[in-house]
Design a protein around this ligand. Structure first.
Ligand code: PEP
Length: 253
């Protein structure tokens, strides 16, 4: 039986007082459950603050991206070792906003995945098709290309201890959620593709859904057999919304 995950992605949002209020409200409402994991992925400057607020609580934390390099002349990058120094468990890798706004290619994402693993982080490896790609009927081709970049660079064993997040680009921040059936179909496809390389790794692999998840749609999504929780953007910025999604994950576990 796989475990459930609810991971917030704050994106480029936050302030010292706002973060504290949000996390205090989350902590006040969270009831831990074995086999269920709750985390927030925060902008790097807030890692120290978040560590101070969350250490010893049921809520873990992570980065939103990781450098593909370990150290050196890479201005602006944050390494996996740096994230680990601040107690991060996770790092998002290959989010569609990194791919589309910052030009991360499949090859770069694969390098970042490998760097995250090497540093001891749990990568949350995002894949997903655009609206145009879905309408052209090439969703699975796109998912295969994105997934294979990591499989080819690091091998299927590297997915053991990692997390995949299916995030259809047309559903991110748009209020338009994939139906539970659409999510299940994509997740089953991803798991099946990993299974062609290593069936045991595929069976254990957590695959999260991301794209306008809310308290109102989380239960239906998390009830799908291949949906192991959610990567949550907008709703992770509102304690009650984030907690409602957490409760749906706990109920589905
Ligand atoms: C995300 O940023 O990964 C995301 C899924 O955002 P939202 O929940 O706002 O669609």
């Amino acid at each position: 039986m796989r475990q459930k995950y609810v991971v917030g992605n704050w994106k480029l949002n936050g302030s010292l007082p706002g973060n504290e209020a949000l996390l205090q409200a989350v902590l006040a409402g969270v009831s831990p459950k074995p086999g269920c994991h709750l985390a927030v992925c925060v902008p790097a400057p807030y890692l120290a603050q978040v560590r101070g607020l969350l250490e010893g609580t049921p809520v873990a934390w992570g980065g939103q991206d990781v450098s593909r390099f370990e150290k050196g002349a890479y201005t602006g990058d944050v390494s996996g070792a740096m994230l680990r120094e601040f107690g991060a468990t996770y790092s998002i890798v290959g989010h569609s906003e990194r791919r589309t706004v910052f030009g991360d290619t499949d090859a770069v994402v694969a390098e970042k995945y490998a760097a995250a693993r090497k540093a001891g982080l749990v990568p949350i490896f995002c894949v997903g098709e655009s609206l145009a790609e879905r309408e052209q009927g090439v969703t699975e081709t796109v998912l295969a290309r994105q997934l294979d970049a990591v499989l080819e660079k690091s091998g299927p064993a590297a997915l053991d201890g990692g997390i995949v997040a299916y995030e259809p680009v047309w559903a991110i921040g748009t209020g338009r959620t994939a139906t539970a059936a659409q999510a299940q179909q994509a997740h089953a496809y991803l798991r099946g593709r990993v299974a062609t390389k290593d069936a045991a790794v595929a069976a254990r692999l957590p695959i999260l859904y991301g794209g306008s998840v809310k308290g109102a749609n989380a239960a239906e999504l998390f009830a799908m057999p291949d949906v192991d929780g959610g990567l949550i953007g907008g709703a992770s910025l509102v304690a009650e919304d984030f907690l409602a999604i957490w409760r749906a994950a706990v109920a589905a576990a």
